[in-house]
Design a protein around this ligand. Structure first.
Ligand code: KPL
Length: 296
């Protein structure tokens, strides 16, 4: 299968590297990382160490059986516009936040699948990605139910040794992931702490409040996600990723725009009842963004 991984940052490079052990992979990302992969291959270190030689470029290819979209949520619209001219069999989003699949569906003719990915990765330098934690890709029809394209993509991922579940309840899983990200990302970015700092004390209370509010909004929208489930998933992720710096903390520390609009900001936008914790977190991160270093 020809798979284009669009957004070959840390997670995109790791997924692309794993998939390249079995498939014809094209990584689409930024230089100097892409230039190094094109000349020397991609080196994966850490949990598993190996080297693969995917194609690497800075623009999307003309065609692919599958596009895996791994860009930051605020870049989805631009990537969707580029992919609209590409002959695609299917597209899978493995991004953080809500609304990405809708943006892709509006631009593309092919089936668009929803996905979550809990693998851990960090770009160690041009041409090298550190594999920091084994995880799982969960994918399926974005509206839920059975999906033949999801089965096909799931089988291709499994063939490459990627831990994969094809799920019929993606709306609930996307909201559960949103609850965890709403609980962890902004709090750790603002307090500049590792995820594990939310395991107890005021950080744990704040995270639980944000997760509960998100679960309530999910239920308002007809998605069956109990408060306790959102809180227990958050606790589990905090435990499992205790030493990690959340993606939003990494963005803030690098002076980059964050995904606040697709995470806590999304909860605020679609809520029918007040969500004061998500609202405060959103306002604080947006306040930081107004003065940030990189204006991209
Ligand atoms: O998805 C994450 C992120 O940082 O974006 C979590 C699950 C919080 C792990 O750090």
């Amino acid at each position: 299968m020809h798979i284009a991984v669009v957004g070959a940052g840390s997670l995109g490079s790791l997924l692309g590297g794993l998939l390249a052990r079995e498939h014809d992979v094209t990584l689409v990302g930024r230089d100097p990382h892409m230039a190094r992969v094109a000349s020397d291959g991609l080196s994966v270190t850490g949990v598993e160490g190996f080297r693969v030689s995917p194609s690497a470029r800075t623009t999307v290819p003309d065609a692919a059986d599958l596009a895996v979209v791994a860009v930051k949520s605020h870049d989805t619209a631009a990537v969707a516009a580029q992919l609209a001219d590409c002959d695609l069999g299917a597209c899978l989003s493995v991004q953080n936040g809500m609304g990405n699949e809708d943006t892709l569906v509006d631009a593309l003719d092919c089936p668009v699948l929803a996905g979550t990915c809990s693998y851990g990765a960090r770009l160690a330098g041009p041409g090298t990605v550190a594999f920091t934690g084994r995880g799982e890709v969960v994918l399926g029809a974005r509206e839920g139910g059975a999906s033949e394209p999801a089965q096909r993509v799931g089988a291709a991922f499994v063939d490459a040794g990627v831990e994969t579940t094809v799920a019929a309840d993606m709306p609930r899983r996307l909201w559960a992931k949103l609850a965890v990200n709403a609980a962890v990302n902004a709090a750790t970015a603002l307090a500049r702490v590792e995820n594990g700092a939310l395991a107890e004390g005021p950080g744990a209370e704040l995270a639980a409040d944000a997760a509960r509010e998100t679960a309530r909004v999910a239920r308002e929208r007809g998605v069956d996600l109990a408060d306790e489930r959102a809180v227990s998933l958050t606790r589990q992720v905090v435990r499992d990723t205790a030493a990690n710096r959340s993606s939003m903390r990494q963005d803030v520390e690098a002076g980059r725009r964050t995904e606040i609009d697709a995470i806590n900001g999304y909860v605020v936008r679609v809520a029918e009842t007040p969500v004061p914790v998500n609202e405060t977190l959103t306002r604080l991160v947006r306040t930081w963004e107004r003065g940030r270093v990189d204006s991209g």
